[in-house]
Design a binder for this molecule. Structure first.
Ligand SMILES: *[C@@H]1O[C@H](CO)[C@@H](O)[C@H](O)[C@H]1NC(C)=O
Ligand SMILES: *[C@@H]1O[C@H](CO)[C@@H](O)[C@H](O)[C@H]1NC(C)=O
Length: 445
């Protein structure tokens, strides 16, 4: 910015509490009751009575991630297609949609710096940055920022910019198999979440496996990452499939209700925990203790191993692996999360199960948070709770949802989730390939 303009803007903002580098928040758009040309929701749902919902988009290609720029435009990562940008009319409905980046490789990760000037997105192997101009809704100067990410059954590489320190970019990589035994070593660059300082990025980008700082490892597939109001990271983990508990050679199928999906506290990306192993592929979290009959000490939230032995039993996890802070039902597949503006609730999309009959998930939940005596945010519910979240919206009959593949389903598949910059409207996408939809939700006054 020119020094004179800088000085004038600075003067104009004196007394507003805004720094001259923060763009003014966009005016909050109204909540539409319907959008012209947009059909009804493709799949039936049940909505909590305290909320209202309107569908605002359809026919998108697997909308996985939603972010807003500082002018209130909505950017959507459409897997296997690229990134689109959408403007809103005075009625709160979308009134223009254009392609920002065309790329078949982009498959999930999308994030914008708080000033709206740098956009990040990822494919399975690579993360890129662009200069973004919100006024022109255009990108320029594509740069590779992270390379060499491995491949496997978990292909999404969630990428999020730290709002407290926008040079710090956090990238999650899942395990390459249900049981990725080698991922017990952080050097594999799998089942982990790393932090990269973009102010010091080498030309050609960081090598994921050998560079950056480890925020956490032993995280099987930490697809959803959100920052609380302290700038600390909360991850939701997609835990293992088809588990059997084997004791003295006797195997019991425990997979219907175990292990729990996890909500993990990953801490401050500027100052990672020294002990940041979260258990995978050894320690998991109990959802339903009654089916692990050989250890009556287990509760929801307890850690367990699938095959306890003389040198490593369930109790050995305590003090070694960082436990989940809260649990969710098995196989519900939490894949996006975001705090509300007050930091009082974390919202999570659950993509829905395949490894369980009846199916479950296919919902958006609200997890109440509070600030504890040390000034740290944490869920209101204790770690052994089964009721630490509330369902806001769900498939009408989740038990009968059938999802033969990651994107084919007889139900909606909640994927992306984002609050608008005013913190008033919650946007949720479904990446069901039959029709990529976006809904806007609002808490009733
Ligand atoms: C969309 O609506 C906004 C707000 O009314 C308006 O400023 C803008 O020109 C409209 N854009 C298009 C493409 O209609
Ligand atoms: C005991 O269990 C631990 C943790 O699962 C495992 O790493 C170890 O190899 C096991 N030991 C034996 C002798 O099976």
């Amino acid at each position: 910015m020119h020094w004179l303009l800088h000085a004038l803007v600075g003067t104009a903002l004196v007394g507003t509490g805004l720094s001259q580098d923060d763009p003014p928040p966009p005016p909050s758009a109204p909540f539409p009751t319907s959008c012209s040309g947009i059909g009804a929701a493709r799949y039936p749902y049940t909505l909590d009575s305290g909320w209202e919902i309107t569908k605002i988009a359809e026919g998108l290609r697997q909308p996985r991630t939603i972010v807003f720029d500082p002018l209130g435009n909505m950017l959507v990562l459409q897997a296997t297609s690229g990134i689109s940008v959408h403007t809103f009319g005075a009625d709160g409905c979308i009134n223009s949609s254009t392609t920002l980046v065309q790329s078949a490789g982009l498959n999930h990760g999308l994030s914008l710096t708080p000033d709206g000037k740098t956009l990040y997105a990822s494919s399975q192997t690579t993360a890129w940055a662009w200069a973004y101009d919100a006024g022109a809704r255009a990108v320029s100067g594509q740069k590779t920022v992270v390379t060499g990410i491995g491949q496997g059954i978990h292909s999404t590489r969630t990428i999020v910019v730290s709002p407290a320190n926008p040079d710090l970019v956090v990238v999650a990589v899942g395990s390459n198999a249900n049981w990725d035994t080698a991922a017990s070593s952080p050097a594999t660059g799998r089942a982990c979440v790393k932090v990269f300082d973009m102010s010091a990025a080498p030309a050609g980008g960081y090598s994921y496996n050998t560079q950056g700082q480890m925020l956490g490892y032993g995280l099987r597939n930490e697809v959803a990452l959100a920052f609380d109001k302290n700038g600390h990271v909360w991850g939701t983990e997609n835990s293992g499939d088809d588990f059997r508990r084997t004791v003295n050679g006797q195997a019991t199928d425990i997979h219907i209700d175990n292990p729990a999906e996890e909500l993990n506290y990953l801490g401050d990306p500027a100052n990672p925990f020294a002990d940041n192993w979260y258990g995978y592929p050894t320690c998991f979290t109990v959802w339903e203790p009654s089916v692990i009959q050989d250890n009556t000490a287990l509760k929801t939230g307890s850690q367990f191993v699938v095959s306890p032995n003389a040198t490593f039993d369930d109790a050995a996890c305590e003090g070694q692996a960082r436990p989940a802070r809260l649990s969710f039902p098995a196989h519900t597949a939490p894949i996006s999360n975001a705090f509300d503006a007050a930091g009082e609730n974390l919202y999570v999309t659950f993509h829905g199960s395949w490894d369980r009959q009846p199916a479950q998930g296919y919902m958006v939940a609200e997890v109440p948070f509070t600030k504890n005596a040390e000034g740290i945010y944490e869920p209101v519910a204790p770690a052994d709770s089964k009721t630490g979240y509330k369902t806001i919206i769900s498939a009408q009959s989740p038990g009968s949802c059938n999802s033969p593949s990651l994107t084919m389903s007889t139900c909606w598949r909640p994927a992306g989730l984002s609050w608008d910059p005013a913190g008033e409207r919650l946007f949720v996408s479904s990446d069901n390939q039959a029709s990529g939809e976006i809904f806007v939700l609002r808490k009733k006054a």
